[in-house]
Write a protein of this length. Structure first.
Length: 249
């Protein structure tokens, strides 16, 4: 028998989901399909880029290539998420929280932005001073190479595309799927660790996982993916603005 989480406070109401929602083997296959589709999108775009501009341009890839390649990976996986996730969850995208946010949900999203910033900064500071690790997140390192109009392209990717696709993936799919088999706290921790790992930096794993916990809390409290998307977008916007206006390094 599938063990499901129960919490009267959560608007996600997992106890009311059909028994065949997020069947474990279907969820695993879907996760692999999302990963494979994203990789295929990035690889195919790289091949197209090499065909147009020459293979030598991939030896030391430009910032423009890295940005557009990442965007291709997101956009290729997006249709799979939008079409398959409702079937897997046995709920519509609206029921999963992909809807226009209410004023209260916007408030939770903005509070989530501040919470993500505070948690990631505290964990990052601890790593640097106590563990002598310099936090290096892939996206931040890429941002340092961005100049001129390319900053706008980076902002679109970081503040619109990434929050939308990543929240569908890690809160809409991963967190909800885990909620079907374990209590909310454990599900949030595991989903957040996977969120941190997906960003490809071991030193940034803990700060990003901490930020992911805040996103899980926002989603669990509101039941709105739009709220966690606002928090995610706001957090990324703070990073971009910090670099643009203060040249943070």
């Amino acid at each position: 028998m599938v063990k499901i989480s129960t919490s009267a406070r959560s608007p996600l109401l997992p106890t009311l989901w059909p028994a065949d929602a997020f069947v474990w083997w279907q969820s695993l296959l879907f996760a692999l399909a999302v990963i494979a589709t994203s990789l295929a999108g990035a690889i195919l775009f790289g091949m197209l880029w090499a065909f147009v501009f020459g293979r030598h341009t991939l030896t030391a890839p430009s910032t423009v290539f890295l940005l557009t390649d990442q965007c291709a990976a997101y956009l290729v996986a997006l249709p799979l998420l939008l079409v398959t996730l409702p079937r897997l969850a046995r709920r519509s995208l609206r029921e999963l929280g992909l809807r226009a946010p209410t004023n209260a949900e916007i408030g939770w999203g903005l509070a989530g932005t501040l919470g993500m910033y505070a948690v990631s900064e505290i964990i990052g500071t601890f790593e640097e001073h106590a563990l002598h690790l310099k936090v290096q997140e892939t996206a931040v390192e890429l941002l340092k190479t961005v100049h001129g109009p390319t900053i706008l392209a980076f902002a679109v990717l970081a503040c619109i595309v990434a929050p939308f696709v990543e929240e569908l993936t890690f809160r809409g799919f991963v967190f909800n799927a885990l909620l079907r088999y374990m209590n909310p706290a454990v599900a949030a921790v595991l989903a957040s660790l996977l969120f941190g790992l997906a960003h490809g930096s071991w030193t940034a794993l803990a700060p990003l996982a901490g930020a992911g916990l805040v996103l899980a809390a926002v989603y669990y409290r509101t039941g709105a993916l739009s709220a966690s998307m606002i928090a995610h977008a706001g957090f990324n916007a703070l990073g971009v603005a910090g670099y643009v206006f203060f040249k943070a390094t």
